[in-house]
Design a protein around this ligand. Sequence first.
Ligand code: ADP
Length: 400
Amino acid sequence: MKVLVLNSGSSSIKYQLFDTVEKSAIARGVAERIGLRGAMLSQTDAKGERATLSGEILDHQQAIRYIIALLIDPSRGVIKDMQEVDAIGHRVVHGGEKFAKSVLIDDEVLNELHACVDLAPLHNPHNIKGIEACRQLMPGTQNVAVFDTAFHLTMPKAAYIYGIPYILYKRHGIRRYGFHGTSHYYVSRRARDLMQVKIEEVNMITCHLGNGSSITAIKGGKSIDTSMGFTPTEGLIMGTRSGDVDTAAMLHVMRREDLDSREATTLLNKHSGLVGISGISSDMREIESEAAEGNARANLAIDVMTYRLKKYIAAYSGALGKVDALIFTGGIGENSSLVRKKSVMGMENFGFKLDEAANESGAGERLISTPDSPVKIYIIPTNEELVIAFDTERVLHGEL
Ligand code: ADP
């Protein structure tokens, strides 16, 4: 089956055309700067050949028109016509409590997705734009929604209820939902394969560390706690997001700096985290290189980030009782030996014994714990598109 996987953001649409038989991408690309000057679409095929289209891309619908044009372009494309695409899988950030698994999108589901906009006003509207554009441009092709939140709906109430009046949960759905579900799901299943165990019999802690970061406690294959909450702002220190912060401190800041709720939301989501602490960048590579030059604020950003991560690893060890594997993924998790080292350093008594040489070398999926480490520590590159493509196939086959 050929599945077009779409990740529609505010000003970009990332996509992959996926062959579920070959388990590989036929093409991947991104439409960038939608609605802005200098919009561009670039696509790379399986051989690594790159094709680009530039011009005005006014909205998501036009972006998808361009994507279709490039996919079927007689000289630079990868398929003859869009009839070859069996289905479209859409990443949808927030499924609320309604969607515990991926679903076929019909009018009723689309209405439900609109109803979830209030829960994720920064993300869901763009996901919906992508879905609506596909329904209009490819009316004969089925669309499936795959939710970032779905994997975490197995969390027990003790993990998802906030310490605020319970009526706010009942009235407005204020609770912890968690995100990055497809990534945590994927790396946990890859770790199971590498360990050659049954998923029901093992407990894992998965760390997705990218521009956005979250950590999940997985018991017998099910998420029982995760660091992102009602929004992706909670939890770990991220590129531009604050992670956990005393809410009363933020209310104080709003009063002192005369910020309204929109400005405060921007401060927490765009100007905090690594960029806020370091004053340099949200990009870990830049921060690491400045830190190596002796920049104190860059070093502080790394310290705060890895200390927070270590605390979460310890907390989730407690939540799980026994941990069999710790997994690092995402741009930082896969590439930063410094972050991995600092976040498990001194946790030998918790069972985390890092093989420092393995941590510093190699590439791709690999084990980086010592042979006698009670917890196996892995690096596993994530593949959210693969999960979306396979979920789409399973939904169409009625297997989900
Ligand atoms: P996104 O969450 O947008 O998918 P990624 O998973 O690609 O982002 O992660 C981006 C982050 O990974 C950036 O902070 C980047 O600096 C970091 N990163 C990528 N390569 C390295 C590296 N070699 N060393 C340290 N950090 C890296």
